[in-house]
Design a protein around this ligand. Structure first.
Ligand SMILES: Nc1nc2c(c(=O)[nH]1)N[C@H]1C(S)=C(S)[C@@H](COP(=O)(O)O)O[C@H]1N2
Ligand SMILES: [Mo]
Length: 327
């Protein structure tokens, strides 16, 4: 069955929300295009009149994953996001700048897959897909998930703590930061039609301080909702950092690199004032274009237009784990 909806303007997420994409179309890209000698480019309108939501769960190609739930992360103060909503409302700029990229993302080739762990480490390693699923004990964790755009979900991830990789590869004392690089092949990850990819700093990269990576909350997810990750969620492995804004959680990671100085990252390169390297969830620090005091929960109803507004919590509710990192 297909639901055709004509939401009222105030219900349109693309208009309420102030997206990461909005900045691109407004400023940097115009500048880029003008710099490239292209004049008078018309910007596409972002508000769409109609949304099509199909009710087949878009998780084709996934396999069941058994994992015990970590008793410390069994529930939070809000209900789990509907799986189908989470799988059809994504940010993955490699496949476009709308939330509705899940079909485009099926082009991502995930087998074979290799993750190279390199840089300032004693034991560099390369993991293939099998290694990622079998080397470390997998566990399930229910985490709050907060995008800088002020929408939020609650998601049951399956994976392992980042600390497990730290123990294997042993960063040297010189290593102060880690950098994650996402899969990028312009023939596959075509990026948004507008702005064109060549104006974006692909491949997508993100980073952390080593102490942040060693924190118990920092997680590599290889699964979600009881199965391997669907491609749109960043198959086969992505970072999950629940006390930070969602953009820190790089998807479809191919490289983990230990470095001495703070690495350049995708959003921070595009707009350093709006997307800080640290990017902790902090209600009192507004994004330059909107407040962060409240967030909109996606679901738990049947459609993305059932938004419930709730107050944003410092460190997304994980202060007992991470506040010490920032004192
Ligand atoms: N490679 C890559 N990783 C990415 C992004 C992206 O565009 N490319 N978007 C980020 C943002 S802004 C968010 S909010 C989350 C969204 O994850 P989800 O689609 O699985 O909910 O992925 C993050 N990781
Ligand atoms: Mo985001």
């Amino acid at each position: 069955m297909v639901f055709l909806r004509s939401p009222k303007p105030w219900q349109l997420p693309e208009q309420v929300v102030t997206s990461e994409a909005a900045f691109l179309s407004r400023r940097r890209l115009l500048k880029g295009l003008i710099g490239a000698g292209v004049a008078g480019v018309a910007l596409p309108l972002t508000g769409c009149q109609q949304q099509v939501i199909t009710d087949g769960v878009p998780t084709q190609g996934t396999k069941g994953l058994a994992a015990a739930r970590n008793p410390n992360f069994t529930e939070v103060d809000r209900s789990l996001t509907n799986e189908q909503l989470a799988a059809t409302y994504n940010n993955f700029y490699e496949f476009g700048n709308s939330k509705h990229i899940w079909q485009n993302a099926q082009a991502l080739p995930t087998e074979p897959w290799k993750v190279e762990v390199t840089g300032l480490v004693n034991n560099p390693r390369t993991y293939d897909l099998d290694d990622l699923l079998n080397t470390f004990p997998l566990e399930e964790r229910i985490y709050r998930f907060r995008c800088v755009e002020a929408w939020a979900m609650v998601v049951p991830w399956i994976g392992f703590p980042m600390n497990a990789i730290l123990k294997e590869v042993e960063p040297t004392s010189q290593a102060k930061f880690v950098r994650f690089t996402s899969y990028y092949d312009p023939k596959v990850t075509k990026g948004p039609t507008f702005p064109p990819s060549q104006f974006l700093p692909f491949p997508y990269t993100e980073g952390l301080r080593i102490e942040e990576m060693a924190n118990d909350l920092a997680f590599f997810a290889v699964g979600i909702y009881g199965h391997t990750l669907p491609k749109q969620h960043g198959a086969p492995i992505r970072a999950v950092l629940p006390w930070k804004y969602g953009f820190k959680g790089a998807k479809s990671i191919v490289k983990i690199e230990f470095v001495e100085t703070q690495p350049a990252t995708f959003w921070n390169t595009i707009s350093p004032n709006e997307y800080k390297f640290e990017a902790n969830v902090e209600p009192d620090i507004p994004h330059p274009r909107w407040s962060q005091r409240k967030e909109r929960l996606v679901g738990p109803g049947a459609s993305i237009y059932d938004w419930e507004e709730v107050p944003t919590i410092i460190y997304n509710g994980y202060g007992e784990y991470v506040a010490g990192l920032y004192s």
